[in-house]
Structure formats: structure tokens, C-alpha cells
Design a protein around this ligand. Structure first.
Ligand code: 9D3
Length: 253
């Protein structure tokens, strides 16, 4: 069966972005995944359909109530169990979560089903998190308005890993970031644009030389913009040689 996403959100319409455009839309048409949306407001009983309240101890902002979230999560879990799937992992997108990495995406893409909790306001009642949530992920150290965009980011990254999601043209491009280096520069027509020419080597037809040039440019970019990626990773003989070539070339300037 295709991977099952159940998302708990006050703004289910935001997820139209994922359903309607690009690779994630094509993957949905190919039945590579299913996405089911659950609004905590539909699990309230009062006239105002209240999903949040003021924080105990005072302070700014509102906190999401445990009960509507627990009911929504339980409905989502029951849906997946009734499909014969194992109990799904419940993931909360949160500024206090661990950083979302390529490695985490690869691990998550192995699951048959995932439940994503996208929260709003200042946070969620801690008792809901301790009772119902297995893991928390953050996109990085900057403040967003809620967990919906992070949930879509996570799903987009998982979906493009699913076999059959990428056309052949896309999948070749994939290799570069996955091996821990930044991508090389790309060029297309025309041969000369505003006085700037395409690097001669790319027009040579020498595919071994082109491959080597691309690797060298990846190494150069990674060294210049993300040296942390180079220290995190061991180099092949060819990569070490190309890096010392780069250093030699720089000295001679
Ligand atoms: C001062 C306390 N704020 C924490 C930085 C409260 C707060 C702000 C914004 C609590 C939640 C949010 C909404 N953000 C997310 O839900 C979120 C998020 C983010 O803001 N940055 C990076 N990754 C993520 S994942 C979910």
C-alpha cells in the first residue's frame, strides 16, 4: 500500500498547495501516497468550537487544548490501524524539535504511515505531547507562524524519495546533494548570455572530463559556502586530488 499521511491541522486548506502542484501532485495521481486531514475544531463540543485557551501561570499568547488534539490524533491512528497498518509514528512539527535532515527523511520514508501534528499559537499543552507524540522535528532556528509549512516540507521531502515519484530527468539530479556535497553550477542555452559564455569544457563532449569538472565545482562550492559539510565527510582519492588542485589554482592567483 502507498504511504499514509494523516495531518492534524486547523488549516487543512493550506495542504492544497502540496496536492495541486508539481512532483507531489503527480505522485498523488499515481497513488504513491494518501493524505488525510483532520481539523481539531471538528473534535470540540462547545458552541464556539474552542481549540485554545490562556496559559496557566500567565504570559502572552494562547495554548492549544489537549482534548481536541487527542481526539483528532486518535481518529487518525484508528484510520491507519483499520487499514491494517502498524501503529503509526506521531510527529509534532515544533521549534523545540530536532533538526530535520536528509537522514531523518530517509528513515521516515520507510514507514507505512505517519501522523503529523501541525500546531499553532504559542504551543500545545505539554500533557498532550507527552501522551500522544513520539518525535518532534524543527526546520531550523527561525520563527514561523505554525507547523503547516514544516509538515508540507517534510511530506514533500519524503514524497520525492518514493520510488516512481521522480521522472528520469529529475532523479539523476538527485545524486549530488545526497552524497554530502553541494550541487555544481548548471548552464543551458544560449551559449553566450549578456557577454557571459558557458564554460568551454561543457561543450567539449568529453564526458569523463565533464564529470570531473562537475565534481570539482561541487567541491569548490562546498568548501566556499558550506565547509561544515566537508569536515563531516571523508574524501575519496579523486576528491582530495581535485581539492588540492583548487588550492594550487588559488595560490597562483
Ligand atoms: C517565544 C516562543 N516561541 C518559540 C520560538 C513560540 C512559538 C513561535 C512559533 C511557538 C510556535 C511557533 C510556530 N512554529 C512552528 O510551529 C514550527 C517551527 C518554527 O517556528 N520554526 C522552525 N521549525 C518549526 S516546526 C514548527
Amino acid at each position: 500500500m502507498s504511504i499514509q499521511f494523516d495531518v492534524i491541522t486547523l488549516f487543512p486548506q493550506m495542504f492544497e498547495a502540496l496536492k495541486r502542484f508539481g512532483i507531489s501532485s503527480r505522485a498523488l495521481e499515481k497513488n504513491l501516497y494518501e493524505m488525510h486531514l483532520w481539523n481539531p475544531r471538528d473534535f470540540t463540543n462547545d458552541n464556539h468550537r474552542t481549540v485554545d485557551d490562556r496559559p496557566y501561570g500567565g504570559g502572552p499568547g494562547m495554548v492549544m487544548l489537549a482534548e481536541p488534539l487527542q481526539k483528532a490524533i486518535e481518529s487518525a491512528v484508528d484510520r491507519q490501524l483499520s487499514r491494517g497498518l502498524d501503529r503509526p509514528k506521531v510527529i509534532h512539527l515544533s521549534p523545540v524539535g530536532k533538526p530535520l535532515t536528509h537522514r531523518a527523511i530517509m528513515e521516515l520514508s520507510q514507514y507505512a504511515g505517519i501522523i503529523l501534528l501541525a500546531s499553532r499559537y504559542e504551543g500545545v499543552d505539554e500533557r498532550l505531547l507527552s501522551r500522544c507524540v513520539d518525535e518532534e522535528y524543527s526546520l531550523g532556528d527561525y520563527v514561523l507562524s505554525g507547523g503547516e509549512l514544516p509538515a508540507m516540507v517534510m511530506m514533500d521531502a519524503i514524497i520525492r524519495q518514493l520510488p516512481g515519484a521522480l521522472g528520469d530527468a529529475d532523479s539523476a539530479v538527485e545524486d549530488s546533494f545526497v552524497d554530502g556535497l553541494l550541487d555544481c553550477p548548471h548552464y543551458t542555452r544560449p551559449e553566450e548570455y549578456e557577454g557571459m559564455r558557458v564554460p568551454e569544457i561543457l561543450m567539449s563532449g568529453n564526458h569523463a572530463k565533464i564529470k570531473e569538472w562537475r565534481l570539482k565545482m561541487s567541491l569548490k562550492r562546498t568548501r566556499d559556502k558550506r565547509p561544515d559539510l566537508l569536515t563531516a565527510r571523508s574524501l575519496t582519492k579523486e576528491e582530495s586530488r581535485l581539492l588540492s588542485e583548487l588550492e594550487q589554482e588559488q595560490e597562483s592567483l
